[in-house]
Design a protein around this ligand. Structure first.
Ligand code: 2P0
Length: 324
């Protein structure tokens, strides 16, 4: 009753921002991401009859209580699915090129969903695995697949139709994504709390939702056509609109820092010089930059010169779940 799985993290081009059901983790909007080959989590789950509770070792250290609870709550769902009352030792390693606060719940919960279901003897299709991973962390539903992935919000109250599908595989389009690591990052509002506060209090939220449905259709067309300018401009506008909703929340907040703004302005400056580059930002200060492989040297040189940039980690579209 032991299995090991690896999942890569992902970056949303069309953001998931707000839940319509918090306990089932059902999103208020459909969203779309690229799986990144540069960041992954490898997780081993070992169910054993003699255990009386779940344990969790993360990067070779006993995990904190919050993380252990999240794992145990997720494994309760796996036990319920299998009908087996048995506890597990869980060991995870985050493969992140530098220690930069890039550890991701997306790769973590996707790898846990894959390893735990296999270890307990369930044989789930990708769609079922995505639906299960979603209930651990919304963005994990997308990390089941490689390449370009859409998490379809679904319509049902029970969440049975809320799972991710692959839009195009990793070989479809040879783009690059640079994760720009910033030197000082302050404690942020968690994405869970940020989403909740925004959906509950921001008057800008309705406008965000309305435009996001259109953005999703446009970006799917741009991906099918491999239209980089279109894909990048929709991505950047969608990111800016998501972050605008936080400024309208009560109390207002932002994930940006001064060095976040400097990277954004550098990317816009690259475009003014004819180099197609576009940024996107999640619930934190770090910036991801999308560009084409032929521009890599120029992009790296310019980003490395920005005050406050500590490192740049380059990814290509990566693969979905794999078993070791
Ligand atoms: C995304 N984010 O689409 C968005 C954009 C952050 C900003 O998904 O509450 O860890 O566990 O479902 O998936 C981060 O939130 O949140 C996220 P939960 P999750 O990638």
């Amino acid at each position: 009753m032991k299995a090991t799985a690896r999942a890569h993290t992902n970056i949303a081009l069309i953001k998931y921002w707000g839940k319509r059901n918090e306990s089932l983790i059902l999103p208020a909007n459909s969203n779309l991401s690229v799986t990144l080959d540069g960041f992954s989590t490898e997780t081993t789950v070992h169910f054993q009859e003699h255990l009386t509770e779940d344990s969790f070792i993360l990067n070779e250290q006993s995990a904190e209580e919050d993380a252990r609870t999240k794992i145990a709550v997720f494994l309760d769902k796996v036990r319920a699915l299998s009908g087996k009352e048995i506890y597990a030792q869980v060991q995870s390693v985050n493969h992140v090129p530098t220690a930069a606060g890039f550890a991701s719940s997306a790769s973590g919960l996707a790898a846990l969903a894959a390893a735990s279901t296999k270890a307990i003897g369930l044989s789930l299709e990708d769609r079922e695995l995505s639906r299960l991973a979603r209930q651990g962390s919304g963005s994990a539903s997308r990390s089941i697949y490689g390449g370009f992935v859409e998490w379809q919000m679904g319509e049902r109250e029970d969440g049975l139709d809320s799972y991710a599908i692959q839009v195009a595989d990793a070989s479809h389009w040879n783009i690059r994504i640079a994760a720009v690591v910033l030197s000082k990052t302050v404690k942020k509002v968690s994405s869970r709390e940020g989403m909740r506060r925004t959906i509950d209090t921001s008057p800008f939220y309705a406008g965000w939702l309305e435009q996001t449905a259109k953005d999703l259709q446009e970006i799917k067309q741009a991906i099918a056509d491999k239209d980089f300018e279109k894909m990048g401009s929709v991505t950047e506008a969608n990111c800016l609109r998501m972050h605008a909703t936080t400024l309208g929340a009560n109390p207002p907040f932002t994930y940006w820092q001064d060095n976040t703004m400097r990277v954004m302005q550098t990317v816009q400056g690259l475009r003014e010089q004819g180099i197609p580059a576009f940024f996107t930002i999640d619930a934190g200060p770090n910036v991801k930059v999308l560009y084409l492989p032929e521009d890599e040297d120029k992009i790296k040189t310019r980003l490395n010169a920005v005050e406050g940039v500590e490192d740049i980690i380059i990814s290509k579209p990566g693969s979905g779940i794999s078993y070791m």
